[in-house]
Design a binder for this molecule. Sequence first.
Ligand code: HEM
Length: 460
Amino acid sequence: MKFPNGPQTPAVLQMLRWIANPMSFMEACAKSYGEIFTLRLDKNLPPMVIISNPLAQQQILTNDTKELEAPGDLNQLFEPLLGKHSVITISGAEHQRQRQLLMPPFHGERMRNYSQVITDVTKQVISQYQIGKPFNIRSATQAITMRVIMQAVFGLHEGPRAEKLQQFLGALLEKASSRLNVALLYFPALQRDFGPINFWGKQMRLQQEADELIYEEIRERREQGDSSRTDILSLLMAARDEAGQPMTDEELRDELMTLLVAGHETTATALAWALYWIHKIPSVRQKLLQELDSLGDNPEPSTVFKLPYLNAVCSETLRIYPVAILTFPRVVRTPLSLGGYELEPGTVLIGSIYLTHHREDIYPEPKQFKPERFLERQFSPYEYLPFGGGARRCIGLAFAQLEMKLALAKILSSLELELVDNGEVRLKRRGLVTGPDRPIEMVVTSQRQMKSPILQTTTV
Ligand code: HEM
């Protein structure tokens, strides 16, 4: 089979570069081979064709089910954590059906219910930080997104089970984000028990404990049969397929784990980056505060959501350092012309969100954080795609955007924050997503007094 050009180094070396730093590996390949190239990471896996041209992205993302498919079995890296029945690991009609079940809680009226939860949780979390005492901003944003997703998904507010589950999930995701763990995922042969150094076994035990808590909650809910609950677990338990069958406990567990994992870590990292950039570049913070202050006390969440500069800051945060650097893989089903290549059935295609977001021709000075670019022009969904696209586009897109904006608005209007040091923080791999290459420490310098909107308009 003929593939686009790519590095000819042995697969194991390509894999090691991929695990260590996929961003710099992709950048080096794009420089040498252009906007479509092939990586060979493992002789037992099909080569991956990586794409960063927006027209090619459009072609692969809008073409699902005809010449191309987005099969879940290619996402098997996620299976140890999310299970066989996760929306991420299933395919075809089963995938479509499951998405239809999962989408309603993330749309329209229901989203409004989450606004209060997001603002309240953010207020609770930030009230714990003391003036003058440095803290890791990612831990703070993780605490926010974990509690928010627990309430939205399980309707679990407080109590021992919620606390224990948060603890296990936190520890599980922390472990899952190490390079070692990524290597274990890519080299399943290493997932064996090597006695005292059985890293995989530790991961599995944590997972079992989290699973037990999830199953306990499902059992209790079945017994209670409370039809007035509106959380996602309740909606999924009430759902029936065409044959009138409910989801099994195992299916429920896998979808819940998927939403908890996909919805917590990603948004926490995005929020931490946003706070980093806002405090790294004083003019960005100043403009943002001016916009937020203009709304006065306790603004409507829907008004905050529509603020243009806040939107531009969030968009630029996800452009420069996308949390997910790739779309899920697609597979060619019938011969396909793409970027000057004739691709044969079986070819695996992956959209590089990172490379597309760093194209000089679309984003001049791509390594600079410039929210204004999102005010000056509109980007197509294939030039700007932090949430992917097509049949596997992120289910939590609107939820994540709402959470980023409301949490940022609450934090910035309540606290004067500073970065503890002004050194640069870069993007690195964290498990199957990305994150900061070192802890970002921040400190509260004072509680913030909002500038009066009237004073503002008279002084401008
Ligand atoms: C800033 C935060 C987030 C980012 C950057 C992000 C990004 C992504 C990306 C790139 C994909 C793959 C899309 C594709 O291949 O076309 C995806 C899929 C997915 N995301 Fe998100 N996501 C975020 C937050 C969330 C949240 C809050 C949830 C749910 C609570 C969520 C649930 C999912 C699910 C279930 C999928 C799989 C969809 C499928 O396979 O059909 N994500 N996300």
